[in-house]
Design a protein. Structure first.
Length: 452
């Protein structure tokens, strides 16, 4: 008897990919004719909203990662990096390295959920010298950097050099930037008591945002409250300010206040001396998506209302790498975990509909609200149509995110980390980890056409 097993391959182990796999497992739990496959570079789901708390040492590193194999039980998992997607041959190839062979996986249905990477807008010097907040490694590197700067500043006698050690610049006033700035300030103020020569007024945390307001897309009144609270805590927020370069010791910024009709650009150029710049100002889809034969716009895969790629039936794209317009503002949806999970549910429903000849549903997004924490037990939230700020918003933030952690043991660990933080100071041990330069693409020798 001919076997007609259908294989659904999901690319990406972020919020969109893992949620889609979980939904598909519930649809096809007892169906032996459906094979589910998930491919991800990491064998865990990283709970990115809590990265700033790892960077500040509030939460232990391993507590915000959940092994994919522990979440998705019916799905076959491959740890690997996607090299190519061929929608004509229905084939996905994974890179090989010096240690492992490349793999080709055939699929009947495909879900592309490859997420995004940090966008430096072509500034190579910023890319080379800045710290980012996208991966677990980034958070650990940043924490080590901050403690290192305190160590150097404590015994530095040159006042100019000392000032640059204690100046921390965060670029981007969105969720990631604001939460990182708040957590950084918490860590610096907690750690300061161990460094007798460093005073409160020596520490400078500066947030640079090109737009006229922080937290774009948030309720304006709440965004203003957040800014006011952060300024009260000593965080310097500079709006309408764009970074033009960073060489590792100086950030060059220009003010976007002046709009002139002349050809001469009169924007005010300024220099901030700092050794540490954290870049959280935007993401871009990964190269694999841009390179694939799927039609893209600004690097994102074009999808229809069902999240399906129009030219290829049975191919879906969800999460940060899918281009989907918000009909209310006629701009692409902001890349959030909430949106990724909502798209994953729709894509899984439509895959089930395709396989069982049922009716597909169009994707409709109803935001459940937005939340951000802005430092010491203060948050802002738009929740059930209400605007909440202060301690209550901070508690709501904690409860909502705690409920979203998929594994019970990780829930308990994070809760314990938070409880310990109420009674004790942050740890200032610096773990010497070497910054690992990640290759953008793996180079494979037999890919070279002409070797002379």
């Amino acid at each position: 008897m001919a076997r007609n097993k259908k294989k659904i391959v999901i690319l990406g182990g972020g919020f969109a990919g893992v949620e889609c796999a979980r939904q598909l497992e519930s649809y096809f739990r007892n169906d032996s004719e459906i094979e589910l496959v998930l491919v991800s570079e990491d064998n865990f789901l990283l709970f990115t909203p809590m990265l700033p708390q790892v960077a500040s040492g509030m939460i232990e590193t391993r507590h915000i990662v959940m092994p994919i194999r522990a979440i998705c039980h019916k799905t076959k998992f491959y740890e690997g990096r996607v090299k190519n997607v061929d929608p004509f041959g229905k084939l996905v190839t994974l890179w090989g390295t010096g240690e492992k062979r490349g793999i080709s996986i055939h699929y009947d249905y495909l879900v592309v959920a490859l997420g995004s990477e940090t966008n430096f807008f072509g500034m190579a010097d910023v890319e080379k010298n800045a710290y980012t907040m996208k991966t677990l490694n980034d958070a650990v590197m940043l924490r080590n950097r901050i403690i290192d700067m305190l160590e150097q500043a404590e015994n530095e006698t040159d006042p100019i050099l000392r000032k640059s050690f204690l100046t921390f610049v965060i670029v981007g006033g969105g969720f990631a930037g604001i939460e990182t700035a708040g957590e950084l300030m918490d860590l610096l103020l907690d750690a300061r008591k161990h460094y007798p020569t460093i005073h409160r007024e020596d520490i400078k945390v500066i947030v640079l945002e090109a737009l006229p307001m922080i937290l774009p897309g948030f309720n304006e009144k709440l965004a203003k409250f957040a800014k006011q609270k952060m300024v009260e805590r000593g965080i310097d927020i500079r709006l309408k300010t764009a970074v033009t370069s960073f060489d590792g010791t100086e950030v060059t910024v220009k003010s976007l206040d002046v709009y002139t009709k002349d050809s001469v650009d009169e924007s005010k150029i300024d220099v901030i001396r700092t050794k540490t710049l954290v870049w959280t100002a935007g993401v871009t889809p990964v190269n694999t998506v841009k390179r694939s034969m799927l039609k893209t716009d600004k690097g994102k895969v074009i999808v229809n209302d069902f999240l399906e790629v129009p030219e290829f039936s049975g191919v879906f794209a969800i999460g940060d790498c899918a281009l989907l317009m918000d009909p209310q503002i006629n701009r692409p949806f902001a890349p959030t975990a909430q949106l990724a999970e909502a798209q994953a549910k729709t894509a899984a429903h439509n895959l089930n509909a395709l396989i069982k000849n049922l009716e597909k549903e169009k994707f409709q997004f109803q935001s459940k609200g937005q939340m951000a924490i802005i430092g010491k037990r203060t948050g802002i939230a738009t929740f059930l149509g209400m605007n909440i700020s202060g301690l209550l918003a901070w508690l709501i933030w904690r409860n909502v995110y705690l409920s979203k952690i998929a594994l019970p043991d990780k829930k308990v660990r994070v809760f314990l980390d938070w409880t310990i933080d109420l009674f004790f100071d942050r740890d200032i041990s610096r773990l010497k980890l070497v910054k690992h330069e990640t290759e953008k693409e793996y180079k494979v020798l037999d890919e070279v056409d002409d070797v002379w």
